[in-house]
Design a protein around this ligand. Sequence first.
Ligand code: AMP
Length: 215
Amino acid sequence: MKLILLGAPGAGKGTVAKLLTELDGSVQISTGDILRGAVKAGTDLGKEAKGYMDAGDLVPDALIMGIMGERLQEDDCKAGFLLDGFPRTIPQAEELKTLLADLGIELDMAVSLDVPRDVILDRLTTRRTCSNSDCQAIYNVKSNPTKVEGVCDKCGSPTIQRDDETEEAISKRLETYNEKTAPLAGFYEGEGMLFSVNATSSDAVVKAIQDKLAS
Ligand code: AMP
């Protein structure tokens, strides 16, 4: 499958993407994960992106399009891909449309995960992420804790609260989302590609996506 996952930070895009990869070998492409990997590795990209990320701002479109232009041409994308956290602005969506047309790739749909704001706030402040950039498993201290506190079940690395998951950065990220990313639902509706799901349970979202793709 070839999907765009839209939704506010904390809407569950990463969790849903991971579940979907298990169905048909599609790869999850998270621009946030790619950027965090670059920050950790101390690359030029990481150095440029870190300030924006910590402040809850978006990284400039040109940087993101450079990453995605290359990533979408990698071999593993042939089996399908789940775009998680990209596109994030209307210019990114327009450039993606041109890029996919040039590469001869057709998307199935853009899925919008709709979650109430209070649920989002609660999820983000209680989220913990594996600090190993090759793992990045996601936990939640309330609803999905690690077996041993602070230790990733999958790889044994410490789990951390991301720098951009302080209350201040979260409210900035939600503001950025409302201003720059929420309009993408209208963009994809206009393209006839939007599928909106009420997303309080990841399993229910996955089921709804499977049903829609089969219909
Ligand atoms: P995420 O994990 O998707 O919430 O992304 C974390 C941070 O990475 C965001 O708050 C942005 O600073 C940056 N980022 C991720 N994806 C994008 C994108 N498509 N465009 C611009 N900035 C992005």
